[in-house]
Design a protein around this ligand. Sequence first.
Ligand code: NAD
Length: 249
Amino acid sequence: MLSDTPKTAVVTGAARGIGLATARQFLDQGWRVVMIDRDAPALEAVAAPLANADPVVCDVSQPDQVARMAAHVTATCTSVDALVNNAGVADFGPLAETDFARWRVVMETNLDGVFLMSQALREPLCAARGSIVNVASISGLRASTLRVAYGTSKAAVRHLTLQQAAELGEYGVRANCVCPGPVATKLAMAVHSPEIIAAYHDAIPLNRYGTEDEIANVITFLCSDKASYVTGQIIAVDGGFEATGIGLP
Ligand code: NAD
């Protein structure tokens, strides 16, 4: 049941995958959701039937687009109670094969996007004593020979979360980082070969990939009042993979 003044969550990468599952969970819990994605047709198609969803086309790596998004959000939302920095791109490649242009593409969305979005919405988040959840990856916890750009971008997001928790705590803003294990989304399936899929199944104690909702469950919990004393945490949601010490496939 919706309250008169629902809380507002801003979710990036909301047109599909983990971001869409997160947006749907917030909506089910009575929140209003600003759904951000750069894929306009996909975003408009998924958001159209969702009451209380506000789709905003924005590339989070582009400062001018993020500034326009922030102006729209502050003009149309009573408060910004949660920011979920989920938009990301995957890239599998070692140092030897990753040219600078490819490195920049990964950093621009995965790292610059988190910085730009958090800075642009810092004031309304502070005013609402809101919460930030950054979506990193187990690839940001463990090095591998295949993920020089992706893994480094996600490790940096992990540290950016600690910076946010340290800096914004005095305003009552909490910042946490969720590190998913493998989930069979478009992003993962573009880079996971059958061999990688089989190796993950063997290496993960629960012997399977996670689902979008299993990641969204933790994201929405961290944004809820039930997590009111949780900040600066890096939480692997990975079926136990991180506990094993086994290397990334
Ligand atoms: P996905 O590809 O299904 O969805 C990502 C969404 O982000 C897409 O709708 C895409 O259009 C959007 N997006 C990408 N770059 C953007 C940009 N610059 N601006 C705005 N929107 C942009 O991916 P997913 O698997 O749901 O991944 C979500 C997050 O989870 C990513 O940060 C990813 O790195 C992380 N993650 C995923 C997995 C996995 O196995 N799927 C594992 C660990 C971490």
